[in-house]
Each structure stands twice: as C-alpha cells, then as structure tokens.
Design a protein around this ligand. Sequence first.
Ligand SMILES: Nc1ncnc2c1ncn2[C@@H]1O[C@H](COP(=O)(O)OP(=O)(O)OP(=O)(O)O)[C@@H](O)[C@H]1O
Ligand SMILES: [Mg+2]
Length: 377
Amino acid sequence: MSIHKEQVKSALSQVIHPEYKRDLITLDLIQDLITQEKYISFTLELPRKNDRLADQLKRECTAAIHQFIDPDAVTDITVGINISRQRELEGEQPQTSAERPPQQEPVLSGVKNIIAVASGKGGVGKSTVAANLAVALAQTGAKVGLLDTDIYGPSVPTMFGVTERPNITTQKKLVPIEKHGVHLVSMGFLVDVDQAMIWRGPMVTSAVKQFMQEVAWGELDYMILDLPPGTGDIQLTIVQTVPLTGAVIVSTPQTVALDDARKGVAMFNKVNVPVLGIVENMAYFVPDDMPEKKYYIFGKHGARKLAERLEVPFLGEVPLRQNVRETSDSGTPIVAADPASASAICFKEIANRVEQALIVRNRESGATGKIDIKIRP
Ligand SMILES: Nc1ncnc2c1ncn2[C@@H]1O[C@H](COP(=O)(O)OP(=O)(O)OP(=O)(O)O)[C@@H](O)[C@H]1O
Ligand SMILES: [Mg+2]
C-alpha cells in the first residue's frame, strides 16, 4: 500500500526544530511533498544556510518516517533556503501557518471538480477529447475551465483558435481566455509574455502550480486538465500537484495504445485518484462519402474490453472522422462547430457519462480536497 502524505506530515510533526522549538509541520518548513509507494520526497525549507543543522534535521526526518510509518521507506529530502522566511520565523507575531493571516483566497477554492484527461501513448486524441468534453459540458450550462498542462506541446491555442494574449488583473493574475463557453489557459498563450508572470526554469511542476495559483479561475463547475502524453515523472508530478477529482483515460483500440492506457490507469490508482472511465477514440473510421460504413482500422472494441477487464466505466467511442480533425485544426472543436453531427453527439454522450461518474465519485468520496500550494518568491 502506498504511503499517504498525511502519514508523512504526521511523522514529521514529531521532528522539532532545535532553534524555533516547534515541529517542522507547524513551522511550515516541508514543501513539495510527494509520495509514491515507499518513496517519499520533499523539500526541507530552511530560513538560512546551516549545513550541520540541515543534516541533523534530514536524519531526524528519515528516522521519524522509519519509526512511525515504514522502516523500509525511501526518503529523498532536498534542502531549500528561503531567506524571506527568516524574518517571519524570528519576528514577533504571527509565527505559525495557522496563525498567519490569509494573504489571498485559497487556491482553486471556487472549482468544484478537477478532471485530468490522460493517456499513456501520445497522439491518441487526449487534447481533442479534452477540448470537446469541455465544450460539451459548457453547453449544458456549466462553468468550465480547460488548462493545457502540455508545456512542451500545447494544443489549446490551435484547437480554440486563440491568437490574442490573456489579460492580467491588478493583482497580477492571468485572466483565462473564453472561447466557445470555455475558460482557457495554456502555456502556449504565454510564450512571449514576460512581464506579469515569471516562469522560472523548465520545472513543469512549478509551472503547473503557477497555473493553479496565479490564474483568476473564479467559480468553475469543472476544470479539465489536458495532460502531456505518457506516465512518467512529469505526469505523476502534475497529478500530485493538483487536487484531482478524477481522471478520464483516452485510448485508441490498438494494442500498443491499450498497454499504455493500462499504465495510465495504474498511475492514477497509485496516487488514489479515481478513474472516471476510458474513452475509445478513433474507434472506427467513417468516410464522409459513405457515412453508413464503419471501418475498424485500429481493431474493434479494444478500449471497451480494457475498461471491462480493469473494472472501470467505459465512457464511449468517438469515430475517426475528417470533420473532427478539421474543426480542431481550424480552432472550433466539433461540438461547437457542428453540434448536431454524429461525432459531436458522441462527445456529448461522453460528457454526460463523465457527469454521471462524477456524481457517483463525489457521493462516495466527498468533494475535491483543498490544495496546499506554496510558491517560493
Ligand atoms: N476522432 C478523431 N477523428 C479524426 N481526427 C482525430 C480524432 N481524434 C484526434 N484526431 C486528430 O489526431 C491528432 C492528434 O490528436 P490530439 O492532439 O488530440 O492527440 P493527443 O493525444 O493530445 O496528442 P499528444 O500526445 O501529442 O498530446 C490531431 O490532429 C487531431 O485532430
Ligand atoms: Mg495533446
């Protein structure tokens, strides 16, 4: 069983900082906590450089984790120095995170459901499904956001035809661009924006955290996250950074895609994010001149069978059709461009099943938990 973050926090609350005489959790010195099975990684954020103290605290953290959680746990502790904490910790009042007055409203407090759209394999249609799912949900009257987390290959600007730059509020927050009823944010919008938001380094995690914290998302019923392809460290970090309500896995019926989809389901299971279901994209090809024909060029019902085997809901099939590709490329997803078309109806049925799966999920496990994001100055 995977070690839970709360267990780690509880163990680290037993480690006392010798100078401030309080535990590391109360002092808010543990950042970027990630757990995966027996692997625990975090940053121990100290207000000043002190190698001896850092080594001592690292040893004590590992000892507490071994004593209170699991003697075989593997710890990976990075020491970070944040001098702006020094005055705060050594000043008079307030001192603890609990006592500190809130500086801004909690991150994503207005977002009810956060859904990741993922796959293992690239090019299977995650972004196409994410875009059409977002538009279909918005067409039901819901408030919907779409966050393109594919930092290295963003799709949202093309799929929604965004050429303008987003505005910035007086609080220096980025305002999502609204298209086809969906509030959009993508790294692709910001390529040349250097003033209001400073994107530090290539660290995907910190970019995604900024997307969460430094965007004026406002009230949303659904936030859809378009993930980059794969199930590696980047994806794992993103899904641990955001308080996900659930995940939608996209696959084509091909064996190679199914193998990767299985890895996607395993990744979400590992981090305790419920899989809302699997979408079979490019399920069959329908030629425009013979719309009654179905060609199962990538195999038949592969993703549907995978869903059955893994005992996760099957959310529906989307045919491979020229109008799906053309509308995406021209900046209006098919659900907005031709809502009555057969392809659009497939996406709307999928959106409906996602809504149903969310109702079940939220009844079983409560709404999305609060997110705790710290961005160091
Ligand atoms: N059902 C479909 N019918 C026709 N074309 C499709 C369909 N689904 C996706 N495509 C096209 O296939 C290409 C890849 O789709 P998309 O970008 O959505 O995949 P992706 O999984 O997000 O890719 P990446 O892994 O690069 O993020 C796009 O050109 C898209 O328009
Ligand atoms: Mg994509």
